[in-house]
Design a protein around this ligand. Sequence first.
Ligand code: ZN
Length: 306
Amino acid sequence: MRCRWIAAPLALLLCALANLGVADEPKPAEAPKLAAESPKLKVLIVDGQNNHDWRKTTPVMKHALESCGRFQVDVSTAPSGGDLSSFQPKFSNYDAVLSNYNGGSWSPQTRQSLVDYVHGGGGFVVVHAADNSFPDWPEYNEMTGLGGWGGRNEKSGPYVYYKDGKQVEDKSRGGGGSHGPQHPFQIVVRDPAHPITKDMPITWMHGQDELYTHLRGPAHNMKVLATAYAPKKLNGRDVDEPMLMVLDYGKGRVFHTPMGHADYSMKCAGFTTALQRGTEWAATGKVTIPIPADFPTADKVSNRKP
Ligand code: ZN
């Protein structure tokens, strides 16, 4: 009520009427629920085969997600080789599925189950070498948007990168996937309006990691949220490579980051925050997780303790 701006007798009358519910102001919209008050989102991490140390990185990502109070995480580990027909995760029991898998082909049933899950509205999160996996599975490449290695080439889709501040889709011939020596590198937010990147510093330093370059793929319904510059002297091509991407696949949402080579790369508070917010967005289409006080700055890496 703003009674104090009205002459006293009239104000008293209006206030009295208001208290009777006659001249009440519209009720304010219900405040958004804080993350901690909402039911936990269920996330499934899939691993078991990867040319990276998934035994070390899966626990780091599980902790990164659970430590913010928004997620409850299960892990489904595929057999290390041979017949994978017994690997049948129940994707549909989860709000989001996070792939830390780069390995042998799943059974047709399991592949179709992931396609149906994401297409039907499930959230999918792709981290680092998960985008190397399944070069010959068209739907998987539609979901990830971009990938590397595994024989990928111009038939897989264009190279996608930023040059001179603009997104480029480069159809030139060549293999997909490369990286130089590991180093800390600066992330540049290209879409500060997206829920995942909203309120992030426009530039922030990511800790020691591989900077994936030359990724290529269908890139349909894909939006690049952030990039990192890969100079030629570090095996790059003097362009800004995509580092945070989102895609729509059917009714589902996909969050893809090629960051996260090793457990130490994932201890970056920037990676952790992007993973949390990206997973929440993939699961719900919204982000309630705030940017933390220890988020890296434009020139300073911020690593969390194990
Ligand atoms: Zn790697």
